[in-house]
Design a binder for this molecule. Structure first.
Ligand SMILES: Nc1c(C(=O)O)ncn1[C@@H]1O[C@H](COP(=O)(O)O)[C@@H](O)[C@H]1O
Length: 160
């Protein structure tokens, strides 16, 4: 099975990005985690984006805060789907800087953007992309959705 690359602009993003790593592991999907920064390690960014599709990745989850150019730059270099996670970093403008940097991509270079700090959903979406051609992962996702439904039914029972 192909794996998911989870990258972030700084180790300070890890507390947020850990949610993507955890849910992917729950779905038994191999994850490779790395720190890549468009601003601080441009050569590494270029190498990562140019070669990710030759390294058994199916999808890349990229999280960054502030002037979050990482997901868009990876999307500009790679033919793989990129899921962007806006991270609310310590000196951010309430996270809007990151949200808009990742969301407002020009035509032709999509980044599938999740909510602010929405790394868990990014992990689920990455699993769904893999699940489209892998029945074991698809079964896990169906099971996960059933779990969500049961939780709502249980919580509704408490109200009666
Ligand atoms: N947005 C980017 C990029 C990039 O887009 O390449 N590289 C680092 N950063 C972000 O800077 C914030 C502060 O980083 P530090 O905590 O290391 O100062 C982090 O949220 C990181 O994602």
């Amino acid at each position: 099975m192909k794996k998911v690359g989870v990258i972030m602009g700084s180790k300070s993003d890890l507390p947020v990005m850990q949610d993507a790593i955890d849910i992917l592991k729950e779905f038994n999907i191999e994850v490779e985690v790395d720190i890549v920064s468009a601003h601080r390690t441009p050569e590494k960014l270029f190498d990562y984006g140019k070669n990710a599709h030759t390294r058994e990745f199916a999808v890349i989850v990229a999280g960054a805060g502030g002037a979050a150019h990482l997901p868009g730059m990876i999307a500009s270099l790679s033919p793989l789907p990129v899921i962007g996670v806006p991270v609310k970093s310590s000196n951010s403008i309430d996270g809007w800087d990151s949200v808009l940097s990742i969301l407002q991509m020009p035509g032709g270079v999509p980044v599938a953007t999740v909510a602010l700090n929405g790394a868990k959903n990014a992990g689920i979406l990455a699993a769904q992309i893999i699940g489209a051609s892998d029945s074991a992962v698809l079964d896990k996702i169906l099971e996960y959705k059933e779990g969500l439904k049961q939780k709502v039914h249980e919580s509704a029972k408490d109200l009666k």
